[in-house]
Design a protein around this ligand. Structure first.
Ligand SMILES: [Zn+2]
Length: 212
């Protein structure tokens, strides 16, 4: 199954991508990772990407899709793959289709902005070891102190309320229109993110045809 996973930042899309990847034995392809790999391996598109990055430019959709095409031609993608983080805009989705990359299903993990804001604002990470906590759902034993290494737990810059609002706005402006785009093609399925991750996972697996 060739899947795209959609979801606002903080909706838990990454976690669900891992779950599907394990259940269906198909790789999860994150654009950031394959871009770094292509640059490291010095592939044709990797070199082009490096050129753009060195010049302080954004890597063009054409290059990203080229790298993506190389990646999904590898043998582990024979039975499908999960795209995570691409496409992010309708023009990117159109380019994907124009370059012959077909998609079977687009799965959206939906969580309201309100919930996302409360989830992310409660998140804390250890500045020493990176362990993550949540003041409500997964508090450290001592407030502000990491259970694992006694390091200080802090709010990531990405999780500060202003940044979260910005990230959500970008998502709604640029990425949410993909729901219409794939909806019209009859490929969109929305799963409502639950308070318990395990409950969301059940719904996600059902949506991709795995009965746990
Ligand atoms: Zn720690």
């Amino acid at each position: 199954m060739k899947l795209i996973l959609l979801g606002a930042p903080g909706a838990g899309k990454g976690t669900q991508a891992e779950v599907i990847s394990d259940a269906l034995k198909i790789p999860q392809i994150s654009t950031g990772n394959i871009l770094r790999e292509a640059v490291k391996n010095g592939t044709d598109f990797g070199l082009k990407a490096k050129e753009a990055m060195d010049a302080g430019k954004l890597v063009s959709d054409e290059i990203v899709i080229g790298i993506l095409k190389d990646r999904i031609a590898e043998s582990d993608c024979e039975n499908g793959y999960i795209l995570d983080g691409f496409p992010r805009t309708v023009p990117q989705a159109e380019a994907l289709s124009a370059m012959g990359i077909s998609i079977d299903k687009v799965l959206e993990v939906y969580v309201s902005d309100e919930k996302i804001e409360s989830r992310l604002s409660g998140r804390r990470v250890c500045e020493s070891c990176g362990a993550s906590y949540h003041i409500e759902f997964k508090p450290s034993k001592v407030d502000g102190v990491c259970d694992k290494c006694d390091g200080k737990t802090i709010i990531r810059k990405d999780d500060s309320p202003e940044v979260v609002k910005d990230r959500l706005k970008t998502y709604h402006d640029q990425t949410a229109p993909l729901k219409d785009y794939y909806g019209k093609l009859g490929k969109l399925e929305t799963v409502i993110g639950q308070d318990e991750v395990a409950d969301t996972t059940k719904l996600v697996l059902k949506a991709v045809g795995v009965n746990g």
